[in-house]
Design a protein around this ligand. Structure first.
Ligand SMILES: C[S@@+](CC[C@H](N)C(=O)[O-])C[C@H]1O[C@@H](n2cnc3c(N)ncnc32)[C@H](O)[C@@H]1O
Length: 278
């Protein structure tokens, strides 16, 4: 079991919406990785290693006159966290086709039914970027394709890609907790073709894929795009998310440098998920 220490911020928000939604989006961008919506607002978690005293300086909604937002924060033992999460995880259904739910929820009558126990890792499908990446996967052909899910979180995207016929698949995350959680979820969903790897772009040397899925964040994508592109087979496809509309020009420029051509954009709440082909 990983011994990562988290800092948890309990935000009390009045009125709740749309403030909570905006707050979660801004905190995600600042490096917070998990969120539990509560009756009074939201509790947000960030790894202690990623935290710094000015972490909330760029969270603009905290300065808004339209909402009252108070917060307290404290260090959290990761293991104390699961029960709270379980109480607050609602299942979601994307485009009436793909359900993402916890083991304790009833089964949905959808074509794809993914069971995820995310605990501390990102990827319940609640986040706009996960939702849009699921939409991209649903719309595209994965039959017989080799796939890399970079920054796999819970493994949800690799699991859906396998359900759509992809194989073999690598699901990579540098966070030990996500690595362990993806292993669990892969097994829970009876996936047989996914190899879960703990690491960053350095584990990709010499590997080749037909499709790369990377929902991470703007800076990591800009840093590692060249490596991803070098792993893409001819006529391959790459899906990128974890950034905002305003970031499109810089991401697109980086992709064009790697001879990747823009194909499609999905957008939710100012977050985007882009498709490029080579
Ligand atoms: C936004 S979450 C996406 C999770 C999941 N793929 C989804 O769509 O819900 C990004 C994930 O990338 C991982 N990550 C961040 N930087 C990374 C890096 N340099 N290499 C590998 N994984 C990374 C994080 O640990 C996190 O699990």
């Amino acid at each position: 079991m990983s011994n990562i220490i988290y800092i948890g911020y309990e935000f009390k928000v009045t009125p709740l919406q749309p403030a909570v939604e905006i707050l979660i989006a801004e905190l995600g961008y600042a490096g917070f990785e998990s969120f539990v919506e509560t009756e009074q607002g939201v509790t947000a978690y960030i790894q202690k290693d990623e935290w710094h005293a000015d972490i909330l300086d760029d969270i603009q909604i905290l300065g808004s006159d339209e909402f009252e937002i108070n917060y307290e924060f404290s260090e959290i033992e990761q293991t104390n966290w699961n029960a709270e999460w379980e109480k607050n995880f609602n299942p979601i259904v994307v485009d009436d086709v793909c359900a993402v739910r916890a083991p304790f929820h009833d089964k949905f009558d959808t074509e794809y039914d993914i069971i995820i126990e995310p605990k501390m890792s990102f990827g319940t499908g609640h986040h706009e970027t996960t939702h849009m990446m699921i939409q991209h996967i649903l719309k595209n052909d994965f039959k017989g394709k080799s796939v890399l899910d970079m920054g796999c979180g819970t493994g949800v995207l690799a699991i859906l890609a396998e359900m759509k016929g992809a194989q073999p698949l690598d699901a990579v995350d540098y966070d030990n907790w996500c690595y362990l959680n993806s292993l669990e979820n892969v097994e829970r969903n009876n996936c047989e073709h996914i190899t879960v790897i703990e690491g960053d772009a350095s584990v990709l040397a010499g590997k080749k894929y037909d499709v790369i899925i990377a929902n991470i964040n703007r800076n990591i994508l800009l840093q590692d795009l060249k490596t991803y592109a070098s792993c893409l087979n001819e006529e391959g496809t790459i899906f990128l998310s974890g950034f905002y509309n305003d970031d499109i020009p810089i991401i697109q420029e980086a992709c064009e440098k790697q001879a990747l051509k823009f194909e499609e954009k999905l957008e939710r709440n100012n977050w985007v998920a882009l498709k490029f082909i080579n």
